[in-house]
Design a protein around this ligand. Structure first.
Ligand code: PAF
Length: 292
């Protein structure tokens, strides 16, 4: 695996790969890689000729008082995981490389960015859309792999790509979970043992909501109330939101059904955890593959 820290270096490697006729798979990350990222890299590896992953903790998507400085980093561990997953090129730019001057141009995706994470973190999705647009411009035409754990982020990126005719195919991949249902996340490292024990309540609540809809419940408020009540059973968790939304537009629903997505955010101490499930049971539990 090659590692490059410059835009020019990455473009050189990818231009040469395209001349050889190879398709490009891209996995953008903020590092502190885990099995969830590895599953995206595995998927890119099986689909594409050359696989590039980026590690960049993007200051633009962190609000004031969020965990930018404390965001966990481990470049050695990340390089080992990326090598194991068959990544060909690791792109690790500095902040100066990505943002050489002040940023006058940003990308803002109206509508789908507004509710839930957008309401709780008002500048977050502009930061995500801007850096992903830059990364797509640097990498060029490719298939880009994103986890469904950040379901609203995936919807924002899909909308940006469609609206701006970006020559990238966005591939959404299922969430990887621990045995007790907790979604894999770099931020799980912030959980104390007691918080870690309590944290699966978020997935439990979302699955409860999905099972109510499967059983025929169509009133979204009833489903939201049941999910909130489940989360309230854990004193260590502070509910930010639980939502029943249209799976494509993410608009809040009054009537729910098979087209619904259930999403939630709960704070446990320093960790703010997000998760979501679809109504179909197969969506809801994906575990990492066994490795030798
Ligand atoms: O999901 C992430 O890790 C980040 O939001 C992303 C897409 C790499 C943009 O910084």
């Amino acid at each position: 695996m090659q590692t490059t820290t410059t835009v020019e270096g990455l473009r050189g490697v990818l231009d040469a790969a395209r001349v050889r006729g190879e398709s490009v798979g891209f996995v953008p990350t903020m590092g502190y890689l885990h099995a969830g990222h590895e599953s995206l890299m595995d998927r890119a590896r099986s689909d594409c000729g050359v696989v590039v992953a980026s590690i960049f903790v993007n200051p633009l998507q962190f609000g004031v008082g969020e965990d930018l400085d404390a965001y966990p980093r481990d470049l050695d561990g990340d390089s080992a995981l990326a090598t194991r997953a068959g990544v060909d090129v690791l792109f690790v730019p500095s902040v100066e490389e990505m943002y050489p001057g002040s940023v006058a141009t940003t990308v803002s995706v109206a509508g789908v960015s507004a509710p839930m994470e957008g309401a709780s973190r008002p500048t977050h999705f502009d930061g995500v859309a801007t850096v992903v647009a830059k990364l797509f411009n640097i990498v060029g035409p490719c298939r880009a792999y994103f986890g469904e754990k950040d379901f609203q982020q995936l919807a924002v990126i899909r909308r940006m790509v469609a609206d701006l005719s970006v020559p990238v195919t966005v591939v959404g991949c299922p969430t990887l979970r621990e045995d007790d249902g907790l979604a894999r996340s770099s931020r799980n490292v912030y959980l104390s043992p007691e918080e870690r024990a309590a944290a699966p309540v978020l997935h439990r609540a979302l699955c409860l909501g999905a099972s109510l809809i499967r059983a025929g419940e169509t009133d979204a408020d009833t489903v939201r109330a049941a999910m909130a009540a489940e989360i309230a059973t854990q004193a260590l968790g502070t509910l930010d939101y639980v939502e029943v939304a249209d799976a494509t537009t993410l608009e809040r629903q009054r009537e729910c059904g098979p087209d619904s997505r259930l999403l939630g955010a709960v704070r446990f101490g320093r960790a703010r955890l997000i998760d979501n499930v679809g109504v179909e049971p197969l969506d809801n539990v994906v575990r990492p593959p066994e490795r030798d």
